[in-house]
Structure formats: C-alpha cells, structure tokens
Design a protein. Structure first.
Length: 278
C-alpha cells in the first residue's frame, strides 16, 4: 500500500468512528508509524509502506478509532509553541488555556516574580509563563504523584528545571508564603455532565481533574477563601473557567475581598479566564 491510499482509508475509518479531524489524525498516526513528518507525507504520496510499518499504523489507528485522544497515542501535545509530554495521569493541554497565559502577561511585567500553579498537571501553564517571564521563578503543586512526574520531566526537557519546583499538595496544604502570580485550572465540570462528555475526555482523562462537584464550582469556593492570604499586594490570581461560569467565579472572588481585573474570552468567544488582584 502507498501513502496516499493508506491515508485515504484511515481517514474514512476515523470519520466513521466519529473523530473530529480524521484527515489530520490519519497523517499524525501514519507519520508516527513511519517516523516522518507531515511535510514528508505530503511530498511522497506514492511511497510504498512496508508491511511491518502498516502493522504499526494499524495498531495506532485502532486506538484512535476507540476514541483514545491523539495526544495520548502520540504521548505529546503542543501548547504555547512548546511540546509537552502527556499521560493518562494529566489533562492534555488545550488551546483554550492559552487564554490564561495571554491574560496574565497583559497584567504583569517581567521581574523577580514568584509564581504558584495550583493543580499543575503537565506543568504547561507554569512553564509557559516562565518562558515569557525569564526573571520569574515558580512552584507547581498537584495531588497526583504521577502527574508531578510528568511536570518534572517537562520542566527538565524544556530547560526550566532550575527556575521551578514541584510539590505534592492538596491546593495550599503544603505551601507557605505569598506569591505574585497564582494560576489555576481547577476541576470545573459539573458531576452530572461528565458521562456526556466526548469519549476522549470521559474515558481517558483523570476524573479528579474534571469533576467540580454538583455545579462545577466546588474548588473555586474553596480557593477563593484562601487566595487573598496567599497573594502579595498587587498580586494577580488567574483562574480558567468553564462556559458560563465566569460571573459566578468573579462573584466568589469579589466576596473574598479581591478586585476583578479582567474576564477574558477565548478564540471561540467563551469567557474562559477570570483575573483578580489583591
């Protein structure tokens, strides 16, 4: 079988399986099986594929047809122009979360800032800010040792290990002191909605990083009460929120004594990030 035919057949199977981007997924999977990039595939449509490579491609294709996320199959996901390792112990970085990075960067200037990332997962939020704030240092916390191992590996591979540390902590329980920037993408899916999510999320992503309680706001309530005592004067707290949650989260933060600095929409027009200051 040649490249063009393999891609055509794979895209048809992926489309029938209900995936969102069957042609792109087919290219990513075949490129992985062949150990080539998309440019090579585009320029070699008539290249023959060896039998053992077709077997590798088939095993990857079966996994994607079962709706396993492409990021888990490949073991990586791009975020803020960097490549992050992902596993089933972490949420896969999403483009919507780049809204938080953009919002924070519009509020602060580089300097000897101290950052805290609550529920760090892959470390993508913390490491992206450290990239843009070269004089800052940060701490990432998570309840999952397995997730922290992924974040530590990403920090080392991307060259930020000397400017950050990672700790096991249930939010602030193992953290002392105050910070200039606190960022958080907490669980915010209402418990009753999880079963109805896309299979890529409901079946494969850690439930503890998704389930935000009956209305999705449980962790915001807890964090809002603690944030004011953990921010330096003038410090910024930035929360990612689910669709329709921004007004409620902003109210919780204001009731805790914080000032709302911005509510930022993502590229889809959804209010995705709430920023508050002390």
């Amino acid at each position: 079988m040649i490249v063009s035919e393999a891609l055509k057949r794979a895209a048809e199977r992926l489309r029938d399986a209900g995936t969102d981007n069957p042609r792109l997924d087919a290219r990513l999977l075949l490129g992985t099986a062949l150990a080539v990039d998309n440019h090579w595939l585009f320029n070699h449509p008539d290249a023959p594929i060896a039998a053992e490579t077709l077997d590798r491609f088939e095993s990857l294709l079966v996994r994607r047809c079962a709706r396993e996320p492409i990021s888990l199959i490949l073991g990586r996901r791009e975020f803020w122009s960097m490549e992050f390792q992902v596993t089933r112990d972490t949420l896969a970085p999403r483009p919507d979360s780049e809204t938080l990075i953009e919002a924070v960067l519009q509020q602060v200037r580089d300097g000897p800032l101290r950052l805290l990332d609550l529920g760090t997962g892959t470390g993508c939020l913390l490491l992206s800010l450290l990239r843009e704030l070269p004089h800052a240092e940060g701490v990432g916390v998570d309840r999952s040792e397995a997730a922290l191992a992924v974040a530590i590996g990403n920090a080392q591979r991307l060259g930020f290990a000397e400017r950050c540390e990672f700790r096991i902590s249930d939010w602030f329980t193992a953290i002392a002191g105050r910070f200039d920037i606190i960022i958080c993408n907490p669980p915010y899916i209402p418990s009753g909605d999880i079963a109805g999510l896309d299979p890529e999320v409901a079946r494969y992503e850690p439930i503890g990083a998704l389930d935000g309680g009956a209305d999705g706001l449980d962790d915001y309530r807890s964090l809002a009460r603690q944030i004011p005592d953990r921010l330096n004067a003038g410090g910024i707290a930035a929360f990612e929120v689910g669709a329709g949650q921004a007004p409620d989260v902003a109210k919780l933060l204001k009731e805790a004594g914080l000032t709302i600095r911005d509510i930022r929409k993502d590229l889809g027009g959804i209010e995705r990030c709430v920023l508050a200051s002390r």
